[in-house]
Design a protein. Structure first.
Length: 256
């Protein structure tokens, strides 16, 4: 069931979303050569604690996971697409890093992700990240009252496929509200004009996940969480929590 949020609830979700935005901004500033992923997790955790927020990631265990997630961020490096567990790995020059973070505050959740390169970037990585951001922007632009979920999926997929990148078939965006994951699912590829019609008060996490090698194939690490490209190519992941409103899409996790 899809819950339509009131304008007051959307404002409260914006407050939660801004905690996520601050966490991601702080993590990106802290991500330098020699810094460990576990240290970045602590940076994000401190932002949440300072804001009086909790993490919907920490202890989360969906059906596919063998163990609860042990951190407040997902930190996915190079060929890891999503769900990377922060560990003692220390960042190296040229690493492509994707950070996913959530916050729970006042009974509402926010969810967002960024991708960036540590140190001197490779041109191919820059194109991959830039395309992920364009795909996210296209999905948000399609998130208007009267459109359908398929219009968002088509907008994202068109940007990714035109650039020659692969898309994870079984993973995509989702509804957000009192919980981090709610209905409806928001695929990253689809046919326009299909699916649930968008209404004022719906809140969605829109999140392109791009595979740089152009194939759609991926696999899970032994940890049961980290998803990696089969061909070893790099990946990028971007995400915003977006409210559907009569005046247009409102990005609740916008970074300033």
């Amino acid at each position: 069931m899809v819950e339509l949020k009131t304008d007051t609830s959307i404002d409260a979700m914006y407050t939660a979303g801004q905690v996520v935005a601050q966490a991601l901004t702080t993590v990106r500033k802290s991500a330098d050569v020699g810094v460990s992923l576990r240290e970045l997790d602590e940076v994000a955790h401190q932002v949440l604690r300072d804001a009086g927020a909790s993490s919907p990631f920490l202890g989360y265990r969906p059906g596919f996971a063998p163990t609860p997630f042990p951190a407040v961020i997902c930190a996915s490096v190079n060929d890891a697409i999503v769900h990377g567990i922060p560990d003692g790995y220390r960042l190296r020059e040229g690493d492509l890093v994707s950070i996913d973070c959530g916050a729970q505050l006042g009974g509402w959740a926010g969810d967002s992700a960024i991708s960036f390169v540590v140190g001197r970037p490779d041109d191919a990585d820059l194109r991959l990240v830039e395309t992920a951001e364009r795909a996210l922007a296209a999905g948000i632009e399609a998130a208007v009252v009267g459109n359908r979920i398929g219009d968002i999926a088509h907008a994202i997929g068109s940007v990714c496929r035109t650039a020659g990148y692969g898309i994870m078939e079984d993973f995509g965006g989702h509804g957000v509200g009192r919980h981090m994951h709610e209905d409806p699912p928001v695929p990253n590829e689809g046919r326009p004009g299909r699916g649930l019609r968008l209404r004022h008060g719906m809140v969605l996490a829109i999140e392109p996940m791009l595979i740089g090698g152009g194939t759609d194939e991926y696999h899970a690490d032994a940890d049961g969480w980290t998803l990696r490209t089969n061909d070893g190519s790099r990946a990028a992941h971007t995400e915003h929590t977006v409210a559907i409103t009569d005046s247009g899409p409102r990005i609740l996790t916008e970074r300033r």
